[in-house]
Design a protein around this ligand. Sequence first.
Ligand SMILES: NCC(=O)CCC(=O)O
Ligand SMILES: [Mg+2]
Length: 330
Amino acid sequence: MTAAYPHARLRRTRAAAWSRALHRETMLTPADLIWPLFVTEGSGVEEPIASLPGVSRWSFDGIAERAREAVTLGIPCLALFPNTQPGRRSEDGREALNPENLMCQAIRAIRDAVGDGVGILTDVALDPYTSHGQDGLIDEAGYVLNDRTVEVLVGQSLNQAAAGADIIAPSDMMDGRIGAIRAALEDEGYANIQIMAYAAKYASAFYGPFRDAVGSRGLLKGDKKTYQMDPGNSEEALREVALDLAEGADSVMVKPGLPYLDIVRRVKERFEVPVFAYQVSGEYAMIEAAAAAGAGDRDALVLETLLAFKRAGCSGVLTYHAAHAARLLT
Ligand SMILES: NCC(=O)CCC(=O)O
Ligand SMILES: [Mg+2]
């Protein structure tokens, strides 16, 4: 039995800054952050993204510069997303298999700039490469075909592995792709390349600005509800995670972030494996809009939301605020 009031006064340990620091249960450091970057063609190019104020697409030189910045700031990992030009998009997304695509060139630019000073996480899914904006191959009715898509995702993963990716991160939500990719990585001599599975990815309204950033918003017809999860489901997330772990994922991700921290917590408690969350573009945009409207202090909102991911059980968080947060923390 613990003491009761008045012998127990929980305000006692909160009374001074030194004591609050001493009793703080959760810490946020730059090492908890994964920084998503958008890649575009050209050189010396920075394209601001209107719906993601403060975030730009960068050409390879800019990507290399961001990698140097990450090293300086102590951010351990970058996540890459390409803005594929319309002329390189197709019904079958075959640009994903091109060894000279934006993703592969960006990986090499980062390696040239910082060696293995940062980890490189690469997105596996076809939406940045398809002319219809879906994450996989579609039939005449527009339905995303599972098994044929998985075959292409395996090729996409091997293409990224050959270019030097450290963590393959399938975000497509096809069934069985983790096992297929893991087997292919083993066969091709990439036993040490990690897989971070977007295991519980929800069909969410929070992805809008991301689709602007990779140029798929105007292309996408319909929605992604036949493969991404229903926001009402939680038991199903545990099944998704169990399958991805059984298929060989090293870590799992929950996405979006803040509205799904209950899922993070359930996954962490059930499986005791590294869990990551993606604070997605719409969440970033909400914080920026709130700060711009004078509804809250930007720096405080950024740090509090990121700390919440840690408290919920995350090993780390993908966030467009990574560089800003790391500067605040150092
Ligand atoms: N596969 C990566 C994403 O879909 C990111 C979504 C977002 O930031 O809104
Ligand atoms: Mg799954």
